[in-house]
Design a protein around this ligand. Structure first.
Ligand code: 5GP
Ligand code: MN
Length: 339
């Protein structure tokens, strides 16, 4: 079982016990881990009768919107005045599943400027020091798994089925259903303990992964058939999706989730990329199925970051230019790797 820094948890307990308002926030385009870790903390502090609010920079997707408490999450893009008020009034701010303020997008300035005591619970490399307390460990599968260790140390007795389900969802989504190498022995121990709270594993899996539209399935078929490019020499593959294609398949937020992983199931493909053409920019998702570090690639070429095996970025250039940049980058990087 993971050994969390008990003194640090104790200090936070003391601060929270004197606090009136807690705010929890996560990264832009919040995924299952961001929402799972945020909502588990939310339910936990509610049980302590502390006014707690979850705010996210932008929309959440169908794969998490069914979680208990998801409907109370405030989205900054939709409700800037109210969110600013909550950020300004918070005594403690929990920052989950991100390592640097820029991942907060439109919420960045308000959170950084806030006088609240800030606590980071995260598993990305190179955590930024904008917080007062850092729980950061790249060996932990997910921020949600880390939150589980935090809550266990904080007050084990308060963990219940609802909290356990939020955590379980975060771990499940961030580990590709316990498939990625990030799912280690402690992760499985944590998962087993969470199941003992009565977590309905099948409900979580079907609500998360079997909750997409027919259009999304057809978009997936189309991109695999028409848009997948394999670079055998570089052991890489990518898919670029245009705005017109999104419109054709009536794209809903989150429909591209997991597309980037698909090409990794091709024999000898070790690096996979997905490019999404937005209004003025291109969103980039990168995945590695080997020891190739896509976090380095994302930082160097795509103004982004992430983990060794899953990273992303965003460029304000055309889709064609972004893809050409990727091709050059991967040729250069694979040459270095192979020499
Ligand atoms: P995804 O491809 O699912 O959007 O993101 C994969 C991983 O990369 C996540 O851990 C996410 O936090 C990180 N990531 C995605 N986009 C960015 C970005 O623009 N900047 C940074 N620093 N990390 C990113
Ligand atoms: Mn995560």
């Amino acid at each position: 079982m993971y050994q969390i820094d008990k003194d640090k948890v104790k200090k936070i307990k003391e601060i929270v016990s004197k606090s009136k308002k807690i705010l929890i926030t996560g990264h832009t385009n919040p995924d299952g881990d961001a929402i799972g870790s945020a909502l588990s903390l939310f339910h936990f502090f509610n049980k302590l009768d502390i006014e707690t609010t979850v705010v996210m920079p932008d929309e959440i997707t169908n794969s998490t919107s069914w979680l208990v408490g998801a409907n109370s999450i405030l989205i900054n893009e939709d409700n800037k005045a109210l969110v600013s008020k909550h950020v300004a009034e918070a005594d403690v701010i929990f920052c989950v599943d991100f390592n640097e303020p820029k991942r907060l997008k439109s919420l960045k300035d308000a959170v950084v400027a806030s006088k609240a005591v800030k606590v980071m619970i995260d598993h990305h490399p190179q955590p930024n020091d904008f917080v007062d307390f850092t729980f950061s460990d790249t060996n932990i599968s997910s921020a949600s798994e880390y939150v589980y260790y935090f809550l266990k140390e904080y007050n084990n007795n308060l963990i219940d089925k609802t909290i356990a389900e939020c955590i379980f969802l975060g771990i499940t989504t961030d580990t590709g259903c316990f498939n990625f190498s990030s799912a280690t022995s402690p992760t499985f121990i944590a998962a087993a303990e969470l199941l003992a709270y009565g977590v309905d594993k099948q409900k979580i899996l079907s609500n998360t992964f079997d909750n997409y539209s027919e259009n999304r399935m057809r978009l997936m078929g189309y991109v695999l058939q028409e848009k997948l490019v394999v670079m055998p020499e570089q052991k890489a593959a990518y898919i670029g999706i245009t705005k017109e294609e999104f419109e054709k398949f009536d794209y809903q937020n989150g429909d591209h989730e997991y597309f980037v992983n698909l090409a990794l199931s091709i024999k000898n493909v070790e690096v996979s990329a997905l490019f999404l053409e937005m209004e003025e920019s291109v969103r980039i998702s990168l995945r590695s199925g080997s020891d190739f570090d896509v976090n380095v690639l994302a930082r160097k070429y795509f103004k982004g970051g992430g983990h060794k095996k899953a990273a992303g970025g965003k460029l304000y250039m055309s889709l064609v230019d972004t893809i050409s940049r990727f091709e050059k980058a991967i040729i250069a990087s694979m040459n270095i790797k192979n020499n």
